[in-house]
Design a protein around this ligand. Structure first.
Ligand code: PBE
Length: 270
């Protein structure tokens, strides 16, 4: 019943993802800033896979649900969901995803640095890789296919860059769908350039630490200014920010479109 309060229907619960994600910290802030915490709203930690499966079931039964949502992500193509308005701007407006490399990379590996510096694509392109992986394809294979299908874009990154012969480079990432896609594409482009590339998935904090301590060379997973903002601030001065590799990302709370009375985070209080 849409006239009923939303809170009691879903146990005052926002269905979240892994604890280390920036969207989880932002959502804790949102629960405070919108006065939801004192009304016993809570954020449930899980994983992207568990969250999207819970969302899938709720939508099949047309039940209400509130999730942590972001774009680019296939959840917005697969499910009829909408972002809630965020009048207090807790999640920020549009975000960009930045490429972060270790200090000294430019002089140590100028070819890789140039490619990492030039790497950029758009949400449609990132989504194409994510969709293949979501449909069960191995991420490296999905990256190879995308590279083959987008020679002009890849050429913008590699044009005039000398081939190397077996130099090792290491990238770290968090196993979010978007970062699985971008990291595998960049890693494959570097392999095609002649690098021996390892990519290692880890939690967000160790990922930032790995580049700051030069244990890793690069990551392409910094959602800014807000979502990864705390880590950016913590490690500032210990990495090189090569700027945005993607514009037009967005983070917030989302609900199924059939929840027509819920359009803003403020509406959760009613
Ligand atoms: N995400 C996807 C991440 C960044 C990439 C929105 C789930 C987060 O830190 O929240």
């Amino acid at each position: 019943n849409s006239k009923e309060k939303i809170g009691p229907q879903i146990n005052y619960t926002v269905t979240g993802i892994d604890a280390g994600a920036g969207i989880m910290a932002s959502t804790q802030n949102a629960l405070k800033d919108y006065g939801l915490e004192k009304k016993n709203w809570q954020l449930q930690t899980s994983s992207t896979a568990a969250m999207t499966s819970t969302l899938d079931k709720a939508i099949k039964d047309k039940r209400p649900i509130v999730i942590t949502g972001w774009q680019p992500h296939w959840m917005f193509t697969k499910f009829p969901i909408k972002f809630l308005k965020d009048p207090k701007n807790v999640y920020g407006k549009e975000e960009s995803i930045h490429t972060i490399v270790r200090q000294g990379l430019k002089s140590d590996m100028p070819e890789a640095y140039t490619i990492l510096d030039r790497f950029h694509w758009n949400p449609t392109q990132m989504s194409a890789v994510m969709l293949k992986v979501n449909n069960g394809m191995d991420p490296q294979k999905a990256a190879k296919q995308w590279i083959k299908a987008n020679p002009d874009r890849v050429n913008e990154w590699t044009k005039g860059v000398k081939k190397v012969h077996g130099k090792s480079i290491k990238m770290t990432y968090v196993a979010w769908d978007s970062e699985i896609a971008s990291t595998n594409v960049v890693a494959q482009v570097l392999r095609d350039q002649g690098y021996k590339v390892t990519i290692q998935a880890m939690e967000q904090q160790p990922m930032w630490a790995s580049v700051a301590t030069k244990a890793a060379d690069a990551q392409v997973s910094a959602w800014l200014p807000k979502t990864s903002g705390l880590f950016y601030k913590d490690y500032k001065g210990k990495f090189v920010d090569l700027g945005a590799n993607l514009h037009g990302a967005k983070v917030g709370l989302a609900v199924p479109k059939y929840m027509t009375n819920i359009n803003s985070i403020d509406d959760l209080k009613n």
